[in-house]
Write a protein that binds this ligand. Sequence first.
Ligand code: UTP
Length: 414
Amino acid sequence: MDKLQDVIELLKEYHQEHIIQLLETLEPNKKEELIQQLNKIDFHQMKELYENTKREIEIKENKIEEINYLDKAKLSKEQKEEFDKLGENAIRAGEYAVVTMAGGQGTRLGHSGPKGTFKLDVYGKGKYLFEILTENLKQANEKYDVIIPWYIMTSKENNQETCEFLEKHNYFGYNKEEVHIFTQGELPLLDTNGKLLINKEKKIKEASDGNGGTYYSLRASGNLADMKEKGIKWVFIGGVDNALLKMADVTLLGMAIQKKVQIASKSIVKANPHEKVGVFCKMNGHPKVIEYAELPEKMAEERNNQGELKYGESHIMCNLYTIDAIEKISKETLMYHCALKKNSYLDESGKEVIPEEPNSYKFESFIFDAFEFFDDIAILRGKREEDFAPVKNKEGVDSPRTAKELYEKYWNKQ
Ligand code: UTP
């Protein structure tokens, strides 16, 4: 019983008395499971993360500079050919792997299932987001005569459903041997008073710890070692929810090779100063992305001598790394950001509450916070109409409707 008493003391210390009440109602084996889960939670870390939700984010503008980039549309013919050749050679040599981050909750879209299983209503019959990504990779395989190893990151919450879905659809024709699915880590959710949420299984409700978890999870799952064994030199990491994502862009890859950088990224120009995307800059001499919610209004609207937004290169989750860069980042600690999201939970009477408004903090590390560990990044500016059709919201901007329009318009032109 000491174990129980220890946990009760811990819960009291961190003002989580409602969990003590829950423990009292549980059968012995369920109680044991919950105790085990509670023992794995770092309560001190959770307390700090909650306290940080109350803090203003400070950005010291004087240390921030514009980022340099190359515009794909403005490259000279020779330059583009050089990049493309370098990129193509690396892919043909089997040095290129792709990672898809599919561990998000997709709360804004409101689709009941992993986001990749969402069917975009294109060309009448529709296509799942996973199907669209697979088609893109298969095209590259055909063009460069390889099978690009594909690593898909899921969350504990959606892993089983993702695996079943891909299996049921026979990996949309991708070589199954080259699809590697791994799961990312989790952190508890906290309500706006700092209390842990209880899920339907009468456990603490946890959620994936953000796409910044990709690096660590790649290593911890053994997939980084697998890549090394295969002779992979370059790793592309992209999101699951961009219907126009180009997962094997030889120009981007060739540019990174030619510039001898550790990291590279494709950007697009921000549609307007207040578009909800993160933007690139250099902070204290290191590449950085500032999230839209953290970008001061004055900076969002600032223009350079050419009349362009000074901080207008949007981060579109289209990132490229050397294998050494992934290894390095996977051993670093990334900071956590918090987002207020809608999460269902069991109330004190054991009834499920499905909130209509955001009710809880999710703590996430962001993929781009790792850029600061490097001195430089090579950025290639792409085009919105060719590279970016995000499926984020149920309706309005960045919704299935806008993604369908962009997708069909792009493919009608090809
Ligand atoms: P978003 O930050 O847009 O989150 O993810 P989301 O989960 O898709 O949607 P909301 O915010 O809940 O509405 C951008 C990319 O990062 C992945 C997502 O799957 C998506 O590809 N991601 C996000 C993860 O893989 N893990 C996470 O913990 C969070």
